[in-house]
Design a protein around this ligand. Structure first.
Ligand SMILES: [Zn+2]
Length: 364
Protein backbone atom coordinates (compact mmCIF):
# COMPACT_ATOMS: atom_id res chain seq x y z
CA UNK A 1 0.00 0.00 0.00
CA UNK A 2 1.23 3.49 -0.85
CA UNK A 3 2.23 5.38 2.26
CA UNK A 4 -0.25 8.14 2.75
CA UNK A 5 1.48 11.46 2.52
CA UNK A 6 0.81 13.64 5.45
CA UNK A 7 1.79 16.93 4.00
CA UNK A 8 -0.52 19.14 6.01
CA UNK A 9 0.37 18.56 9.59
CA UNK A 10 -0.16 21.38 12.03
CA UNK A 11 2.29 21.00 14.80
CA UNK A 12 1.45 22.17 18.24
CA UNK A 13 3.06 25.26 19.62
CA UNK A 14 5.94 24.38 21.93
CA UNK A 15 5.04 24.62 25.56
CA UNK A 16 5.77 23.03 28.87
CA UNK A 17 5.08 19.33 28.45
CA UNK A 18 4.11 18.45 31.99
CA UNK A 19 0.57 17.37 32.74
CA UNK A 20 -1.89 20.18 32.62
CA UNK A 21 -3.47 21.14 35.90
CA UNK A 22 -6.56 19.09 36.60
CA UNK A 23 -9.60 21.06 35.61
CA UNK A 24 -12.29 20.90 38.17
CA UNK A 25 -15.52 19.51 36.92
CA UNK A 26 -18.49 21.55 37.97
CA UNK A 27 -20.23 20.29 41.05
CA UNK A 28 -23.14 18.13 39.97
CA UNK A 29 -25.65 19.75 42.25
CA UNK A 30 -24.43 23.17 43.21
CA UNK A 31 -26.68 24.04 46.09
CA UNK A 32 -26.80 27.47 47.58
CA UNK A 33 -23.36 28.41 48.82
CA UNK A 34 -22.70 30.58 51.82
CA UNK A 35 -21.25 33.86 50.69
CA UNK A 36 -19.18 36.21 52.68
CA UNK A 37 -21.27 39.22 53.40
CA UNK A 38 -19.49 42.49 53.30
CA UNK A 39 -22.44 44.69 54.14
CA UNK A 40 -22.26 46.77 57.27
CA UNK A 41 -24.89 45.28 59.54
CA UNK A 42 -25.49 46.26 63.10
CA UNK A 43 -24.72 43.81 65.90
CA UNK A 44 -28.43 43.32 66.50
CA UNK A 45 -29.13 42.43 62.91
CA UNK A 46 -26.21 39.99 62.94
CA UNK A 47 -27.58 38.30 66.04
CA UNK A 48 -30.98 37.89 64.40
CA UNK A 49 -29.34 36.39 61.30
CA UNK A 50 -27.23 34.07 63.42
CA UNK A 51 -30.19 32.85 65.48
CA UNK A 52 -32.23 32.31 62.31
CA UNK A 53 -29.42 30.22 60.85
CA UNK A 54 -29.23 28.13 64.02
CA UNK A 55 -32.97 27.51 63.80
CA UNK A 56 -32.76 26.52 60.13
CA UNK A 57 -29.86 24.14 60.79
CA UNK A 58 -31.76 22.59 63.71
CA UNK A 59 -34.81 22.01 61.53
CA UNK A 60 -32.66 20.45 58.79
CA UNK A 61 -30.99 18.11 61.30
CA UNK A 62 -34.38 17.16 62.79
CA UNK A 63 -35.86 16.30 59.42
CA UNK A 64 -32.79 14.62 57.99
CA UNK A 65 -32.84 12.10 60.82
CA UNK A 66 -36.06 10.78 59.36
CA UNK A 67 -35.15 11.19 55.73
CA UNK A 68 -33.68 7.75 55.05
CA UNK A 69 -30.44 7.45 53.08
CA UNK A 70 -28.75 10.78 53.16
CA UNK A 71 -25.22 11.28 52.00
CA UNK A 72 -22.95 14.21 51.72
CA UNK A 73 -20.63 14.52 48.83
CA UNK A 74 -17.29 16.13 48.77
CA UNK A 75 -16.24 16.56 45.18
CA UNK A 76 -12.51 16.31 45.55
CA UNK A 77 -10.82 17.38 42.37
CA UNK A 78 -13.91 16.30 40.45
CA UNK A 79 -14.38 12.99 42.24
CA UNK A 80 -16.90 12.05 44.88
CA UNK A 81 -16.58 10.77 48.38
CA UNK A 82 -19.62 9.70 50.39
CA UNK A 83 -18.81 10.62 53.98
CA UNK A 84 -22.06 9.84 55.70
CA UNK A 85 -25.10 7.84 54.84
CA UNK A 86 -27.07 4.71 55.52
CA UNK A 87 -25.12 1.62 54.80
CA UNK A 88 -26.69 -0.51 52.14
CA UNK A 89 -28.42 -3.78 52.75
CA UNK A 90 -27.37 -4.90 49.32
CA UNK A 91 -26.55 -8.61 49.27
CA UNK A 92 -22.88 -9.56 48.96
CA UNK A 93 -21.58 -8.83 45.52
CA UNK A 94 -18.49 -9.64 43.60
CA UNK A 95 -16.20 -12.60 43.60
CA UNK A 96 -12.67 -13.34 42.58
CA UNK A 97 -11.92 -12.58 38.98
CA UNK A 98 -10.56 -15.51 37.02
CA UNK A 99 -7.52 -14.05 35.35
CA UNK A 100 -6.52 -17.29 33.70
CA UNK A 101 -3.18 -17.40 35.50
CA UNK A 102 -2.14 -14.02 34.12
CA UNK A 103 0.51 -12.81 36.54
CA UNK A 104 0.70 -9.35 35.00
CA UNK A 105 -2.35 -8.39 37.00
CA UNK A 106 -2.47 -8.35 40.77
CA UNK A 107 -6.13 -9.10 41.27
CA UNK A 108 -7.61 -9.41 44.72
CA UNK A 109 -9.51 -12.54 45.56
CA UNK A 110 -8.86 -15.94 44.18
CA UNK A 111 -10.83 -17.49 41.39
CA UNK A 112 -14.45 -17.85 42.31
CA UNK A 113 -14.05 -16.96 46.00
CA UNK A 114 -15.87 -13.94 47.36
CA UNK A 115 -13.74 -10.84 47.70
CA UNK A 116 -14.14 -8.63 50.70
CA UNK A 117 -16.94 -6.23 50.00
CA UNK A 118 -16.63 -2.54 50.60
CA UNK A 119 -19.38 -0.56 52.33
CA UNK A 120 -21.85 1.12 50.01
CA UNK A 121 -24.43 3.87 50.28
CA UNK A 122 -27.17 4.90 47.90
CA UNK A 123 -27.04 8.06 45.84
CA UNK A 124 -29.50 9.61 43.37
CA UNK A 125 -28.24 8.87 39.89
CA UNK A 126 -29.21 12.30 38.60
CA UNK A 127 -26.79 13.90 41.05
CA UNK A 128 -23.81 11.99 39.68
CA UNK A 129 -21.72 13.39 36.85
CA UNK A 130 -21.50 10.65 34.23
CA UNK A 131 -18.01 10.68 32.73
CA UNK A 132 -19.01 8.37 29.87
CA UNK A 133 -15.42 7.05 29.85
CA UNK A 134 -16.56 3.43 29.76
CA UNK A 135 -19.59 3.75 27.51
CA UNK A 136 -19.68 0.85 25.09
CA UNK A 137 -20.57 2.25 21.69
CA UNK A 138 -20.49 -0.13 18.74
CA UNK A 139 -22.66 -1.58 16.00
CA UNK A 140 -24.94 -3.23 18.57
CA UNK A 141 -25.03 -0.26 20.94
CA UNK A 142 -25.90 3.15 19.57
CA UNK A 143 -24.89 6.05 21.77
CA UNK A 144 -27.85 6.54 24.13
CA UNK A 145 -27.07 9.96 25.48
CA UNK A 146 -24.32 12.50 25.67
CA UNK A 147 -22.48 13.32 28.86
CA UNK A 148 -19.75 14.69 26.61
CA UNK A 149 -21.07 17.80 24.94
CA UNK A 150 -19.83 20.29 27.54
CA UNK A 151 -16.35 18.79 27.47
CA UNK A 152 -15.51 18.91 23.76
CA UNK A 153 -12.70 21.30 22.99
CA UNK A 154 -10.43 22.28 20.11
CA UNK A 155 -7.46 19.91 19.75
CA UNK A 156 -5.09 22.37 18.12
CA UNK A 157 -2.68 23.84 19.21
CA UNK A 158 -2.53 21.57 22.28
CA UNK A 159 -1.63 18.68 19.98
CA UNK A 160 -0.53 18.39 16.35
CA UNK A 161 -3.43 17.81 13.96
CA UNK A 162 -3.96 17.06 10.27
CA UNK A 163 -6.27 20.05 9.95
CA UNK A 164 -6.79 22.99 12.23
CA UNK A 165 -10.49 23.59 11.66
CA UNK A 166 -13.08 21.29 13.12
CA UNK A 167 -10.68 19.06 15.07
CA UNK A 168 -12.17 18.54 18.51
CA UNK A 169 -11.61 16.11 21.36
CA UNK A 170 -13.04 15.51 24.80
CA UNK A 171 -10.84 17.47 27.21
CA UNK A 172 -9.81 14.26 29.04
CA UNK A 173 -8.84 12.54 25.81
CA UNK A 174 -7.00 15.66 24.66
CA UNK A 175 -4.99 15.80 27.88
CA UNK A 176 -4.08 12.11 27.58
CA UNK A 177 -3.13 12.38 23.91
CA UNK A 178 -1.08 15.50 24.61
CA UNK A 179 0.89 13.79 27.38
CA UNK A 180 1.44 10.73 25.21
CA UNK A 181 2.64 12.81 22.26
CA UNK A 182 5.01 14.72 24.54
CA UNK A 183 6.60 11.48 25.75
CA UNK A 184 6.85 10.21 22.16
CA UNK A 185 8.70 13.38 21.18
CA UNK A 186 11.02 13.20 24.18
CA UNK A 187 11.86 9.59 23.40
CA UNK A 188 12.29 10.34 19.67
CA UNK A 189 9.55 7.89 18.71
CA UNK A 190 7.59 10.11 16.36
CA UNK A 191 5.87 13.47 16.01
CA UNK A 192 2.37 11.94 16.21
CA UNK A 193 -0.66 13.92 15.17
CA UNK A 194 -4.42 13.53 15.40
CA UNK A 195 -6.16 12.92 12.09
CA UNK A 196 -9.72 12.55 13.43
CA UNK A 197 -11.42 13.33 16.72
CA UNK A 198 -14.97 14.30 17.59
CA UNK A 199 -17.49 13.65 14.80
CA UNK A 200 -21.05 14.87 14.63
CA UNK A 201 -23.84 12.58 13.51
CA UNK A 202 -23.81 14.38 10.16
CA UNK A 203 -20.06 13.93 9.72
CA UNK A 204 -20.37 10.21 10.47
CA UNK A 205 -23.26 9.99 8.00
CA UNK A 206 -21.05 11.47 5.28
CA UNK A 207 -18.15 9.19 6.20
CA UNK A 208 -20.31 6.06 6.31
CA UNK A 209 -21.89 6.84 2.96
CA UNK A 210 -23.40 3.72 1.43
CA UNK A 211 -21.74 1.50 4.05
CA UNK A 212 -19.24 0.04 1.60
CA UNK A 213 -16.43 0.71 4.10
CA UNK A 214 -18.33 -0.64 7.11
CA UNK A 215 -15.49 -2.97 8.06
CA UNK A 216 -13.74 0.19 9.29
CA UNK A 217 -16.49 2.77 9.71
CA UNK A 218 -19.42 2.46 12.11
CA UNK A 219 -22.87 3.66 11.08
CA UNK A 220 -23.90 7.11 12.35
CA UNK A 221 -24.92 6.98 16.01
CA UNK A 222 -22.67 3.97 16.58
CA UNK A 223 -19.24 5.61 16.36
CA UNK A 224 -17.32 6.38 19.51
CA UNK A 225 -15.95 9.37 17.63
CA UNK A 226 -19.30 10.96 18.63
CA UNK A 227 -17.98 11.11 22.19
CA UNK A 228 -14.74 12.97 21.47
CA UNK A 229 -13.04 10.24 23.51
CA UNK A 230 -11.68 8.55 20.36
CA UNK A 231 -8.69 9.87 18.45
CA UNK A 232 -7.22 8.58 15.22
CA UNK A 233 -3.45 8.96 15.58
CA UNK A 234 -0.91 8.89 12.78
CA UNK A 235 2.78 9.58 12.31
CA UNK A 236 4.23 11.67 9.47
CA UNK A 237 5.03 9.67 6.36
CA UNK A 238 3.40 6.45 7.56
CA UNK A 239 0.20 5.17 5.97
CA UNK A 240 -2.77 4.34 8.17
CA UNK A 241 -2.56 0.56 7.68
CA UNK A 242 1.22 0.64 8.03
CA UNK A 243 0.93 1.97 11.57
CA UNK A 244 0.38 -1.56 12.85
CA UNK A 245 3.78 -2.89 11.85
CA UNK A 246 6.03 0.08 12.35
CA UNK A 247 7.92 0.92 15.54
CA UNK A 248 5.78 4.06 15.80
CA UNK A 249 2.49 2.15 15.78
CA UNK A 250 3.88 -0.56 18.04
CA UNK A 251 4.97 2.07 20.55
CA UNK A 252 1.44 3.50 20.64
CA UNK A 253 -0.10 0.06 21.11
CA UNK A 254 2.35 -0.79 23.89
CA UNK A 255 2.26 2.50 25.79
CA UNK A 256 -1.11 4.18 25.29
CA UNK A 257 -2.60 2.52 28.39
CA UNK A 258 -0.23 4.55 30.57
CA UNK A 259 -2.22 7.61 29.49
CA UNK A 260 -5.65 6.01 29.83
CA UNK A 261 -5.96 5.25 26.10
CA UNK A 262 -6.67 1.83 24.62
CA UNK A 263 -6.05 0.44 21.16
CA UNK A 264 -9.74 -0.04 20.50
CA UNK A 265 -9.74 -2.40 17.51
CA UNK A 266 -6.76 -4.76 17.80
CA UNK A 267 -5.87 -7.42 15.27
CA UNK A 268 -6.76 -10.33 17.54
CA UNK A 269 -10.29 -9.17 18.37
CA UNK A 270 -11.89 -8.26 15.05
CA UNK A 271 -14.54 -10.96 15.56
CA UNK A 272 -15.50 -9.36 18.89
CA UNK A 273 -15.32 -5.69 17.97
CA UNK A 274 -16.82 -6.15 14.51
CA UNK A 275 -14.20 -3.74 13.18
CA UNK A 276 -11.04 -4.57 11.28
CA UNK A 277 -7.65 -3.90 12.83
CA UNK A 278 -7.28 -0.14 13.21
CA UNK A 279 -3.78 0.55 14.52
CA UNK A 280 -4.57 4.28 14.53
CA UNK A 281 -7.78 4.37 16.59
CA UNK A 282 -7.37 5.02 20.33
CA UNK A 283 -10.13 5.47 22.88
CA UNK A 284 -9.85 7.23 26.22
CA UNK A 285 -11.21 5.15 29.11
CA UNK A 286 -9.07 6.40 32.02
CA UNK A 287 -5.89 4.92 33.43
CA UNK A 288 -7.28 2.30 35.82
CA UNK A 289 -9.53 0.73 33.17
CA UNK A 290 -6.83 1.00 30.50
CA UNK A 291 -4.31 -0.65 32.81
CA UNK A 292 -6.65 -3.57 33.48
CA UNK A 293 -7.64 -4.02 29.84
CA UNK A 294 -4.04 -3.89 28.65
CA UNK A 295 -2.76 -6.39 31.20
CA UNK A 296 -5.65 -8.80 30.73
CA UNK A 297 -5.70 -8.39 26.94
CA UNK A 298 -9.41 -7.51 26.88
CA UNK A 299 -11.15 -5.23 24.40
CA UNK A 300 -13.90 -2.92 25.62
CA UNK A 301 -16.70 -5.35 24.69
CA UNK A 302 -15.06 -8.08 26.79
CA UNK A 303 -14.13 -5.81 29.67
CA UNK A 304 -17.62 -4.35 30.09
CA UNK A 305 -19.08 -7.89 29.90
CA UNK A 306 -16.64 -9.05 32.62
CA UNK A 307 -17.52 -6.14 34.89
CA UNK A 308 -21.24 -6.83 34.49
CA UNK A 309 -20.69 -10.55 35.04
CA UNK A 310 -18.45 -10.23 38.10
CA UNK A 311 -20.12 -7.18 39.61
CA UNK A 312 -16.95 -6.21 41.43
CA UNK A 313 -13.35 -6.56 40.36
CA UNK A 314 -10.58 -5.35 42.63
CA UNK A 315 -6.94 -5.08 41.65
CA UNK A 316 -3.64 -3.52 42.66
CA UNK A 317 -1.78 -0.99 40.58
CA UNK A 318 1.33 0.80 41.81
CA UNK A 319 0.47 -0.02 45.42
CA UNK A 320 -3.06 1.34 45.12
CA UNK A 321 -6.20 -0.79 45.29
CA UNK A 322 -8.83 -0.06 42.65
CA UNK A 323 -12.39 -1.31 42.82
CA UNK A 324 -14.33 -1.66 39.59
CA UNK A 325 -18.04 -2.21 40.17
CA UNK A 326 -21.16 -2.47 38.07
CA UNK A 327 -24.46 -1.11 39.37
CA UNK A 328 -27.95 -0.99 37.96
CA UNK A 329 -30.10 1.94 39.04
CA UNK A 330 -33.11 1.15 41.22
CA UNK A 331 -35.77 3.81 41.66
CA UNK A 332 -33.33 6.42 40.43
CA UNK A 333 -30.65 5.47 42.96
CA UNK A 334 -27.43 3.52 42.66
CA UNK A 335 -25.10 2.10 45.26
CA UNK A 336 -21.80 3.90 45.52
CA UNK A 337 -18.75 3.24 47.73
CA UNK A 338 -18.66 4.67 51.21
CA UNK A 339 -15.59 6.75 52.14
CA UNK A 340 -13.73 5.98 48.94
CA UNK A 341 -13.22 8.40 46.10
CA UNK A 342 -14.98 7.25 42.98
CA UNK A 343 -16.03 8.11 39.45
CA UNK A 344 -19.06 6.86 37.55
CA UNK A 345 -19.57 6.12 33.87
CA UNK A 346 -22.62 4.88 32.06
CA UNK A 347 -21.95 1.59 30.28
CA UNK A 348 -24.37 2.75 27.55
CA UNK A 349 -26.37 -0.42 28.24
CA UNK A 350 -28.51 0.85 31.13
CA UNK A 351 -26.01 0.26 33.91
CA UNK A 352 -23.12 2.16 35.50
CA UNK A 353 -19.48 1.34 36.02
CA UNK A 354 -17.86 2.72 39.15
CA UNK A 355 -14.13 2.97 39.69
CA UNK A 356 -13.14 3.66 43.30
CA UNK A 357 -9.83 4.06 45.07
CA UNK A 358 -8.55 5.00 48.45
CA UNK A 359 -7.61 8.63 47.97
CA UNK A 360 -4.39 8.19 45.98
CA UNK A 361 -4.35 7.72 42.24
CA UNK A 362 -2.33 8.71 39.23
CA UNK A 363 -4.71 10.98 37.37
CA UNK A 364 -7.65 8.89 36.24
ZN1 LIG B 1 -11.27 6.19 14.56
Amino acid sequence: MQPRKNTNIYTSTPRATGPRPERRRPRPSPGPRPRSRKSRLSGGALSVIFLSLVAVVAVIILFSNNAGPNIEREPNGGYYTARTGSESQEPPHGYGYNNGGNNDLNINGTNGDPISNIPLVTMPIHEIADTGYLALINRQHAMRYEPYSGHITGAWPTVAVSRVDGMYLHESALRAVSEMFATARQEDIAAFFVSSGFRSYEAQTDLYGDGSNSAFVQPPGHSEHHTGLAADILAPGIGMMEMGNTPEGEWLAANSYRYGLILRYPQHATAITGIEFEPWHFRYVGRAHAYFMKHSNLVLEEYVAKIINYGHISFEKDGQTYHIMHKLPQDGMIYVPYELEFMVSSDNKGGFVIVAWNGVHDGL
